[in-house]
Design a protein around this ligand. Structure first.
Ligand SMILES: *Cc1c(COP(=O)(O)O)cnc(C)c1O
Length: 415
């Protein structure tokens, strides 16, 4: 459910016409709906209200300060994967004490920054990382709050690139090794064993994989309990999917129902780290049709939005729905690829779409709120796009369009 709807043949972001926004702020343009973000956050809170919990919004899915600030105001914690993300959380008014730190390659500097700022928990992913945490905590003279990211060896049944819970990918620690490590960590004066963590993948469209993961993690929790290690929280990560095309992911209520039933019997808090399901459908990318062209049988709409703005189609061959912001009559004649101006054949936003459009029309790529702007780059020396947050009929620029000179501000020509 989102608040991007057609009224009288025109696409609106809440109460504002998308075409008007494109005209005023230029394209490519990210537009987010505040009401949608709030609705999604509340849906997660509602799904977990039977049990003690913390919703840690996954910052990497959309790290704009305004989005983080809204999440913080709603009461969210955060899941970060770098010092930069933690600094963003702090800059946006978020609380490090409600923030968990994930990622396979945390450096000593990053660990120090997190510990000094009172991070809620560090989700360690290897015994080597545990050594680093001990070393840094000892130097700082404090006890580091830690969890281990368990690799439960379950298949999230999603795209290979975003599947992270199988035993031969780089994430997490196998349960046998983790058990030994917990016993060691529990004795260490500079570690405070807090939780068990896992994150098996993204864009899950069924609750089966997460239940399979829980059914590995919960017995592991009980095994630790028997060994005298009381765990305060289990973090089951993110991964709930969204509808990009015709997927039918469960609602947060349905996704977490079986999980809540299991947790009701435990004296243990549940943390979750949703990213995509929180923001994907709360954002669109508006792009203008620059040219229509035809090569042989193939028709193309060339837009000013490209893979540097939104890389999911090029990177994962991900399908994203594209609509014309102004309804036009459709027929098979309009079958086309929607492509950007970048010098790569993979620079496309959509392939083989029935999409009638004229030069100058505004297209909207739906579901672009997650892993859209946060994955954008300056490739082809294209500026980072403008981002707007719409609240009813109120529009805020939450990132202005980058200036050309800002793209080479860090560069230097040697004497
Ligand atoms: C990316 C990621 C998430 C968020 O995943 P979504 O599929 O966007 O919900 C959560 N936790 C960790 C550790 C991640 O790497």
């Amino acid at each position: 459910m989102d608040y991007f709807n057609f009224k009288d043949g025109n696409l609106y972001a809440e109460d504002v016409k998308v075409e008007d926004l494109a005209k005023k702020y230029g394209t490519p343009l990210y537009i987010y709906s505040k009401a949608t973000l709030e609705r999604h956050y509340r849906a997660f809170e509602h799904a977990l209200n039977r049990i003690p919990h913390l919703v840690c919004y996954s910052v990497k899915s959309n790290s704009n300060l305004a989005v983080l600030n809204l999440m913080a105001k709603l009461g969210a914690g955060f899941d970060v994967v770098s010092e930069g993300e933690l600094r963003r959380v702090i800059a946006a008014g978020g609380d490090p004490k409600k923030t968990v730190f994930s990622g396979v390659g945390k450096t000593d500097d990053e660990l120090e920054f997190a510990l000094v700022n009172g991070i809620r928990c560090i989700n360690a992913e290897s015994s080597a990382e545990v050594e680093a945490i001990k070393r840094v905590a000892k130097r700082l003279g404090l006890k580091a709050p830690v969890a281990l990211r368990i690799n439960p060896d379950v298949d999230a049944r999603t795209l290979p690139a975003i599947s992270t819970g199988l035993k031969n990918n780089k994430f997490g620690i196998a349960t046998d090794e983790a058990y030994e490590l917990y016993l060691e960590m529990n004795k260490d004066p500079n570690l405070n064993v807090q939780g068990i963590d896992c994150h098996i993948g993204s864009q899950m469209t069924s609750s089966v994989p997460i239940l399979e993961a829980a059914d590995v993690i919960i017995p592991f929790y009980e095994k630790l309990l028997k060994a005298g290690i009381k765990i305060g929280h289990i973090d089951l990560g993110g991964g709930l999917g969204v509808t990009y095309d015709n997927e039918l992911p469960p609602s947060p209520d349905d996704f977490f129902d079986g999980i809540c039933e299991r947790f009701k019997k435990l004296d243990c808090e549940l943390y979750i780290e949703p990213g995509r399901a929180m923001v994907a459908n709360a954002g669109i990318l508006a792009a203008k049709v620059i040219y229509k062209k035809r090569n042989g049988e193939k028709r193309f709409l060339v837009t000013d939005g490209a893979m540097n703005d939104l890389i999911r189609p090029a990177l994962y061959n991900a399908h994203m729905t594209i609509v014309n912001a102004k309804v036009r009559p459709q027929d098979e004649e309009n079958c086309c690829d929607v492509v950007g101006p970048i010098c790569e054949s993979d620079d496309f936003l959509g392939k083989d779409r029935i999409l009638a459009a004229e030069q100058g029309d505004i297209l909207a790529v739906r579901g672009a709120g997650a892993y859209g702007s946060s994955m954008s780059s300056n490739y082809n020396s294209r500026r980072l796009s403008c981002e707007l947050l719409v609240d009813g009929d109120k529009v805020s620029v939450i990132r202005r369009r980058q200036k050309f000179e800002e793209m080479w501000e860090l560069e230097n020509i040697p004497e």
